[in-house]
Ligand binder design. Structure first.
Ligand code: TYD
Length: 137
């Protein structure tokens, strides 16, 4: 994967004076079949989560509430995305090193995943990530 595969997906947005509504619906909205959703919450303001990459998991990250940054690295270059709108999702392909930081107080990060949870899919060491990346290219 290269950084140019990363993209922001704009979800449908139904604007309404009573409150806006967005949704995802198979098979159109996500670039993969959804197998799992999880969310990160109760994160102390300003804090960060340790980096890792997934060997197979593709994901879309949404700032459902508040804001945070997602820093993505393809082994060569790095890009920082600031997520703060719940009608945008950041698509992250497999084999991308990602760090999430700069969480605002009370933020909620929703992660839509292409795979069930599997610890063996995680690469938690950046040097191992780089080696696996090189062997793929
Ligand atoms: P992890 O993805 O390692 O979080 P982070 O790297 O952001 O700190 O998940 C932390 C723990 O939560 C992990 O050890 C196992 C558990 N977990 C599940 O059981 N199912 C899941 O879908 C996820 C994402 C985590």
């Amino acid at each position: 994967m290269k950084l140019d595969e990363i993209k922001l997906i704009e979800f449908p947005k139904i604007e309404d004076a009573r409150g806006n509504l967005s949704f995802i619906q198979a098979p159109d909205t996500l670039p993969f079949e959804l197998r799992r959703a999880y969310w990160i919450y109760d994160v102390a303001g300003g804090s960060s989560r340790e980096g890792h990459a997934f060997r197979r998991q593709k994901e879309v990250i949404v700032a459902l509430s508040g804001s945070f940054d997602v820093v993505l690295n393809d082994g060569e270059s790095q890009r920082r995305f600031h997520l703060s709108r719940s009608y945008y999702g950041l698509y992250v392909p497999e084999m991308t090193w990602r760090v999430m930081d700069n969480f605002s107080t009370n933020s909620v990060a929703l992660i839509l995943s292409s795979t069930p949870y599997e610890e063996a899919d995680y690469i938690r060491d950046y040097a191992i990530f780089q080696n696996e990346k090189i062997s793929l290219s």
